[in-house]
Design a protein around this ligand. Structure first.
Ligand SMILES: NC(=O)c1ccc[n+]([C@@H]2O[C@H](COP(=O)([O-])OP(=O)(O)OC[C@H]3O[C@@H](n4cnc5c(N)ncnc54)[C@H](O)[C@@H]3O)[C@@H](O)[C@H]2O)c1
Ligand SMILES: O=C(O)[C@H](O)COP(=O)(O)O
Length: 601
């Protein structure tokens, strides 16, 4: 395969010379008994999860801080210790959280920065049993490497049905009439309502819930328009809805129903200025988030008769103050955030979030991750050996650093026959970052916080593609990691360009180191590695092997590659145990050894 475009010349070095089988068997009789020659390691292959969260033997603890459906709780209990502690104060939550690996909340628990700080690094997953994640401090979660997942689909219909319930109840004064008759009155003239048929309903936010509300309202004979700057117009057209501008929506609607998330852009989007643009007598439904309405402005608009009625399920502060003018307004119908509260939705949400949290704790990538890239499972399966390769190369490269200006400028090069848009490298970059940072810090790095952690430590990681001609069946041919402006503990790891350079490939599903500096090598990236530059002369393997054998250090593989016959060679040894300082010194003292380094993978 030839590189078709590259800013790095990517000439593959002539094949290194790993020991071949006959060479090895003739050697084996001369080696100490505990030196194993290359053994198939497939059975020992481990795929590290992307969110390595649990030690092998621990049963995780999951704190459930709000009521969750039984089916979800049962699922959680098969995997973890489940602590259902409802109505915790913020202080109690902060105290408990240090004993928990995961936390499951609904909208009633504020997962603040303090919660992440109090967890001492143990909290690895926050599961939001529902859609809105505005009660979770996402920035803090990301900085602490904590994955946030939600359950975005199971309560959609429930929320849409509640929107329709509020719409119809409001139009026919159901709540007010109910209260009146229970107070002993019979006020048939007071509670004359308005009809929905033929009226224009503006759906603000045409996502999952908004779409379902629109479908149902069409069935009531309403004319539906929608405003959503990010929704595809063809999806709206397909169900007979026109997407219009914000101003057109609010100016032409008889009814407005809110279905957008609470974001800085939508906060108080219905305010004095926008109420003034509405048709006099407009009616408003909110099952999204209280914060999208300026509640004081809504009271003014109600008092001025601009807004005839409002029906609200959500409030800026929940529960709202007892003396809230808005809640107590006679033209306002309220429910206590019940949009998702149907038996069916809560069972669905509980299962959806339990599966997501358990999956994340097992280290799988969550399809509903909120603060990490979502990688489809088929892509993940294909990339798995390359994920390990990326991390191991990062680990190896950073351990080769001996000084200089520190690990600041790192370049990762992917050699692939795939088109750039057919290879998502975010996962690979995160794993290189993990490999680079974890050996030199106590920071836990994962896909969630990799970029943040690198940035925080002043490490600039650039990526480059070398596009190969040929069949793109494999996602990658090679990954190369280069660290600039550093000195190395193993001078041979410095390339001609003056950078530490390591390169690896996946062969038969096993990640292998294939280049160190400008030397070709070929060893499996497992356990610990000794890199040794030596004069190419007979007896070296036996001498080094004997030193390790005397120490009861098991050699799992070896490869020798040389540049010029009888001149210089790089010997690479895989060892299961870390040799003692004395043994390493003895290796260094062998006259033909020019330099060597021990690296833990
Ligand atoms: N009351 C409840 O119990 C309840 C239940 C479920 C969902 N919700 C809330 O309903 C809202 C919608 O949920 P969803 O599942 O449909 O979410 P969604 O992400 O599927 O849809 C939200 C839509 O809002 C759009 N949007 C974003 N910014 C906008 C803006 N400035 N103007 C107009 N549209 C904008 C997005 O493009 C998206 O299409 C969320 O706030 C969610 O928290 C409330
Ligand atoms: O965002 C949501 O999913 C809804 O607001 C439901 O919130 P809840 O789980 O607190 O009912």
């Amino acid at each position: 395969m030839a590189a078709s475009s590259s800013s790095f010349s990517s000439t593959i070095l002539s094949s290194p010379s790993p020991l071949n089988k006959s060479h090895l068997s003739s050697l084996s009789s001369k080696l100490p008994h505990n030196i194993c020659l290359p053994v198939p390691r497939q059975h020992r292959r481990r795929v590290p999860p992307v969110f390595v969260v649990l030690s092998m033997n621990s049963k995780p603890t999951i704190l459930v801080s709000e009521k969750l459906g039984d089916a979800g709780l049962d699922l959680l209990k098969t995997f973890a210790n489940v602590d259902c502690s409802y109505n915790l104060s913020p202080e109690e939550l902060c105290t408990k959280i240090s004993l928990c690996d995961a936390l499951i909340v609904r909208s009633g628990t504020k997962v603040s920065r303090e919660v992440f700080e109090s967890s001492g690094g143990r909290l690895k997953v926050v599961g939001r049993a529902g859609v809105g994640i505005d009660n979770v401090d996402l920035a803090a979660a990301t900085e602490h490497g904590c994955l946030v997942v939600n359950a975005p689909t199971a309560n959609t219909v429930a929320a849409a049905e509640h929107g329709i319930a509020l719409l119809t109840a409001m139009a026919r004064n159901v709540a007010q009439a109910d209260a009146s008759i229970k107070a002993g009155k019979w006020q048939r003239n007071k509670y004359v309502g308005v009809s929905l048929v033929g009226k224009t309903l503006a759906v603000m936010g045409f996502g999952k819930v908004g779409t379902e509300v629109a479908r149902r309202a069409k069935g009531l004979g309403m004319h539906i328009i929608a405003h959503d700057p990010y929704a595809p117009a063809d999806r709206a057209h397909a169900i007979g809805v026109d997407l219009v501008s914000f101003d057109e929506a609010i100016a032409t609607a008889d009814f407005i129903t809110l279905h957008m998330p609470l974001t800085p852009a939508t906060s108080k989007i219905l305010n004095d200025e926008n109420f003034a643009k509405m048709k006099k007598g407009v009616r408003i439904v909110n099952v999204a988030r209280g914060g999208v309405i300026d509640e004081d402005a809504l009271v003014r608009a109600l008092d001025a008769g601009i807004v005839a009625q409002a029906a609200l399920d959500v409030f800026t502060v929940e529960p709202p103050p007892k003396d809230s003018k808005l809640v107590n307004h006679e033209n306002v119908t309220v429910t206590p955030h019940l949009g998702a509260s149907t038996t069916e939705a809560q069972e669905g949400v509980a299962i959806e979030i339990a599966e997501a949290v358990v999956g994340a704790l097992r280290g799988e990538l969550a399809a509903t991750a909120v603060n990490a890239p979502m990688v489809p499972s088929e892509v993940l399966t294909e990339l798995k050996p390359y994920i390990i390769l990326a991390e191991k190369l990062g680990r190896l490269a950073v351990q080769l650093v001996a000084g200089g200006s520190g690990v600041k400028t790192v370049k990762v090069t992917y050699t692939s026959a795939r088109a750039p848009d057919d290879l998502d490298t975010r996962l690979l970059r995160a794993m290189v970052t993990k490999g680079l940072i974890e050996p030199i810090s106590s920071v836990f790095v994962n896909l969630v916080n990799a970029d943040f952690t690198a940035k925080q430590r002043g490490i600039r990681i650039s990526e480059e593609r070398v596009i190969l001609d040929g069949s793109p069946q494999k996602p990658l041919e090679a990954i190369r990691v280069q660290i600039a402006n550093v000195e190395s503990r193993f001078a041979s790891a410095i390339s001609e360009l003056g950078e530490i350079k390591v390169e690896g490939r996946v062969k038969d599903g096993i990640p292998r180191l294939t280049k160190v500096g400008d030397f070709g090598v070929d060893v499996s990236l497992e356990g610990n590695i000794i890199l040794c530059r030596q004069v190419d002369q007979p007896g070296m393997i036996g001498t080094v092997g004997s030193i390790l054998g005397d120490e009861n250090v098991n050699v799992s593989f070896m490869s020798v590659s040389r540049t010029v016959r009888r001149k210089q060679a790089i010997m690479t040894l895989g060892v299961d145990e870390k040799p003692s300082k004395e043994a390493l010194k003895k290796i260094g003292d062998i006259p033909a050894v020019e330099e060597f380094v021990f690296l833990a993978l």
